[in-house]
Design a protein around this ligand. Structure first.
Ligand SMILES: [Ca+2]
Ligand SMILES: [Ca+2]
Ligand SMILES: [Ca+2]
Length: 657
C-alpha cells in the first residue's frame, strides 16, 4: 500500500515525464506520444518501486545526551534513520546550535555537530531533521553533571580491585531473566554458556560483602546491551549466549538482563557511599556481529572489512612491539577480526575515533564511574589509545584506564603503558596495564614449575616501566583457569599466590570467587555461579556460616592480607627491594620514608631459616622485626642482619620497629 511519500514521489515523477514528453513531441507527434507514454509508465513504476526518498525518520541518536561546559564541545551525534538524503538539521531551542552535518551515501545516518552554549540548562533539546519529503525529530538532552567530589575518582595503589562477571555473581532481580523476545534456552543455569540471571541488583545486595573482604573497587565485565538470542551449532560450545557481555549490539544501552541505567547509577552511588569505586569494562576494539551497523554501517570504512569479507587476527602480537615488523603483519594484528563474530572497528576513520571517545566519556559522565578497563587494547592503534586517554583526563583529571595487553613479555606490556615515549614517538598516556608477565610467573612459581627466584627475575623487568607501581597485578581473571584448577595447585599454594599478588608493587586485582577457593578450568568453567547468589542455592558463601572450612580459610587469609595492605602504607606505596631468593623462597622489603615491611615466602615443605641483610635497607642494629601476619616470633637486627624463621608452604610479614 503506497504511503503519502511514495504518492508524492509519483507526482514528482509525472512532472519530469511531462517535460521529456514535450521535448519528444517536436519530432513525430504520434510515435513520440506513444513512446512518451511508455517512458512515463516505466519511470513512474521504477520511482514507486524503489521509493528512494520517503519522509525522514530517526531510530537512534548516539549519544542521546551530553553536558554543557564539557571539554568536548561541540558533541558529534550519530543519528541512525531513513531517508536522510539531502537533510537539513537544525536546533529547536536556544543554547544549542547545529553545524557540520554529513549524511552517508544511503541516507541512513547523519553525523551532526551540536554546539552547547555554556549557559544551557539541563533539559530536552530536540533537533529537527528536514528534507523535502518531511520532518522528523532527533531527541537530545543536556544532562545535569554528577558531583565531581564523589565521582570520577580514579584508581591508585590505595585501591584493590575485585572483578565481577555480573551474570555469574548474584541474581537480585528475577524479573529480568526472560526479556521479551528472548528464547527460553538463553536462560539456563545448567548451561555454562547461557545466562544465569545475575544482575546489578544482585551486586547492590552484596556491597557489604566487598567491604567485609576489604576490596575498594569493583570491575564489572561489560554492561553494554548484548543480543538476547542463542547461537546454535553442532559444536560442543553450542548453544551459547553472550552472557559475558563482550559482543555489544548497542554502545549506548545497558544489558536488559542486568538492569537499566538508573539501577547502574544506584549501584555506583551506593558503592561510593561505602567507599567502593566502580570500573567499567569498555570494548572499543570490536562489537558483536548482531549490531545493526553490520547490515547498515554508517560509513563504508566504519569497520575493517565486512561480515562477508574480512581478515582474521593471527595474533602476531609481538609485531606491535617490534620496530622491525613488516606492515602487513602489523595491519593484520590491528585490523584482523578477533573472530568472525567480532567485527573490528576502524579507529583510523576519524568519525569512528570521535564516536568511541564520546562513548567512553558518556558512560563516565552518566554513571560516575572511577575507572575503565579497556579490552584487547593493543589491537587498536596507539595513536587512538593516546587520544582516548587524553580525552578522559582532560574532562576527568583523576580518571584511570587500565589496558588489557595479554602478554607474558614485560617488554610488550611496558610498551603500552603511558608515561614514556615508544620508538614510534608515541606516549599512549595509558594509566595502567595488567601485569600478565608477573602473574604468569607467580602461577608457575607457586605451582612448583619454576624456582621461586624467578619471581625476582621477572620483577627486574620493572626497569622497562616508567613507574612499575602503576601496573595492575592480577590474581586471576575470567579468561584464565582458576588457581586451584591448575596442575600442581593446593590451597597453601593458592594462599601464597594471593599473598604475593596483594603485597607486591602495583594495584592488586582479585577475581570473584578466588577468595573462597573456587575451582574452574578454562572458560566458561572458570565463571561458575557464586554460591549463595542465586535463587534456590542451598548455601551462601557470602557469610561465614555458609562457607566450607577451606572456603573460610581462604577468605580469612585473603582478608588478612588485604587488611595488612590497608594498614601498611609501605605495602601500598613503598619501594620493593629484593632481600633473598633461592629455589624455594623469596623475601623482599616494601619500604617508604617512615615504614619498612618485610614479606617472605617459603614454598618448601620444611620451616626455613633465612638471614636477611637489613643493612642493605638501612635498618639499624637493635631494630626488631615484629610479626604482622603468619609468623610465630619476632627477631632482631644484629651486625646488619636478622634471622627469619618462615613456616613451610606459607607467606609471612614483619614490620621493622
Ligand atoms: Ca536477574
Ligand atoms: Ca540484551
Ligand atoms: Ca582492531
Amino acid at each position: 500500500m503506497p504511503n503519502l511519500e511514495s504518492l508524492r514521489g509519483l507526482s514528482n515523477c509525472q512532472a519530469k515525464v511531462d517535460v521529456s514528453m514535450r521535448l519528444l513531441v517536436k519530432s513525430d507527434h504520434l510515435v513520440n506520444k506513444a513512446f512518451g507514454f511508455v517512458l512515463c509508465v516505466l519511470a513512474c513504476v521504477v520511482a514507486a518501486g524503489a521509493a528512494p526518498q520517503g519522509s525522514p525518520s530517526v531510530a537512534k541518536v548516539e549519544p542521546p545526551s551530553w553536558w554543557s561546559r564539557h571539554t568536548i564541545n561541540p558533541v558529534r551525534l550519530l543519528v541512525r534513520g531513513r531517508n536522510l538524503q539531502g537533510a537539513r538539521v537544525r536546533a529547536t531551542r536556544a543554547g544549542t546550535a547545529v553545524s557540520n552535518v554529513i549524511i552517508n551515501k544511503h541516507g541512513s545516518y547523519a553525523f551532526v555537530d551540536v554546539n552547547i552554549h555554556s549557559s544551557a540548562r539541563p533539559g530536552s533539546y530536540p533537533l529537527v531533521v528536514e528534507t523535502r519529503q518531511g520532518v522528523a525529530t532527533i531527541p537530545f538532552a543536556i544532562e545535569l553533571p554528577l558531583d565531581r567530589q564523589r565521582n570520577f575518582q580514579g584508581i591508585t595503589t590505595n585501591d584493590v580491585i575485585y572483578l565481577i562477571m555480573p551474570d555469574r555473581f548474584a541474581d537480585g532481580d528475577q524479573s529480568n531473566n526472560a526479556p521479551p523476545g528472548a528464547p527460553a534456552l538463553a536462560y539456563d543455569r545448567k548451561n555454562p554458556r547461557a545466562y544465569h540471571g545475575g544482575d546489578f541488583r544482585g551486586i547492590i545486595n552484596h556491597l557489604q560483602y566487598f567491604k567485609e573482604l576489604g576490596v575498594t573497587a569493583l570491575w564489572l565485565t561489560p554492561w553494554y546491551d548484548n543480543w538476547n538470542g542463542v547461537n546454535a551449532c553442532d559444536k560442543s560450545w553450542c548453544p551459547n549466549t553472550y552472557y559475558h557481555g563482550y559482543h555489544a549490539i548497542d554502545y549506548y544501552a545497558v544489558e536488559d538482563r542486568f538492569g537499566d541505567v538508573a539501577t547502574l547509577r544506584e549501584l555506583v552511588s551506593k558503592g561510593h557511599r561505602l567507599g567502593l569505586k566502580v570500573i567499567q569494562d569498555q570494548v572499543a576494539n570490536h562489537v558483536g556481529s548482531q549490531h545493526p551497523w553490520i547490515q547498515n554501517p554508517p560509513l563504508a570504512d566504519w569497520f575493517h572489512g565486512t561480515i562477508e569479507r574480512h581478515s582474521l587476527n593471527k595474533f602476531q602480537n609481538s609485531t606491535l612491539l617490534s620496530p622491525n615488523a613488516n606492515h602487513l603483519e602489523v595491519r593484520n594484528t590491528l585490523d584482523g577480526w578477533f573472530n568472525d563474530d567480532l567485527p573490528d572497528m576502524n579507529q583510523e576513520q576519524p568519525e569512528v575515533a570521535r564516536y568511541e571517545i564520546q562513548n567512553a566519556l558518556w558512560w563516565v559522565g552518566m554513571t560516575g564511574i572511577d575507572g575503565i578497563r579497556q579490552d584487547t587494547i593493543q589491537y587498536m592503534p596507539r595513536a587512538f589509545i593516546r587520544q582516548l586517554s587524553d580525552s578522559l583526563h582532560r574532562q576527568y583529571p583523576k580518571m584511570w584506564m587500565v589496558g588489557e595487553v595479554f602478554e607474558r613479555d614485560a617488554a610488550q606490556t611496558a610498551f603500552f603503558i603511558g608515561g614514556h615515549v615508544g620508538w614510534d614517538g608515541l606516549d599512549t598516556k595509558l594509566d595502567s596495564v595488567f601485569d600478565f608477565p608477573l602473574w604468569n610467573t607467580s602461577l608457575l612459581a607457586f605451582t612448583n614449575k619454576l624456582p621461586m627466584r624467578d619471581l625476582r627475575d621477572q620483577l627486574k623487568y620493572d626497569a622497562l616501566y616508567p613507574d612499575a607501581s602503576k601496573v595492575t597485578m592480577l590474581l586471576n581473571n575470567h579468561d584464565t583457569p582458576r588457581f586451584l584448577s591448575l596442575e600442581g595447585a593446593s590451597i597453601e599454594r593458592a594462599m601464597m599466590h594471593a599473598a604475593f599478588t596483594i603485597s607486591v608493587r602495583g594495584i592488586p586485582q582479585l577475581y570473584y570467587g578466588e577468595e573462597i577457593a573456587m575451582e574452574g578450568k578454562e572458560d566458561p568453567d572458570n565463571r561458575r555461579d557464586f554460591p549463595g547468589g542465586f535463587p534456590g542455592d542451598t548455601r551462601s558463601a557470602f557469610n561465614a556460616r555458609g562457607r566450607t572450612a577451606t572456603e573460610q580459610r581462604m577468605f580469612e587469609w585473603t582478608r588478612a592480607w588485604l587488611r595488612l595492605r590497608a594498614e601498611q602504607a609501605a605495602i601500598r606505596n613503598g619501594r620493593l627491594i629484593d632481600l633473598f631468593y633461592d629455589d624455594d623462597s623469596y623475601v623482599f622489603a616494601r619500604q617508604d620514608k617512615s615504614e619498612t615491611v618485610i614479606i617472605a615466602f617459603n614454598r618448601g615443605a620444611q620451616e626455613k631459616k633465612i638471614s636477611i641483610p637489613l643493612k642493605a635497607i638501612s635498618v639499624r642494629d637493635g631494630s626488631e622485626l615484629v610479626p604482622l601476619l603468619g609468623a610465630a616470633g619476632s627477631s632482631q637486627a644484629v651486625s646488619g642482619n636478622a634471622t627469619l624463621l618462615i613456616p613451610p608452604r606459607s607467606a609471612v610479614a614483619f614490620e621493622v620497629r
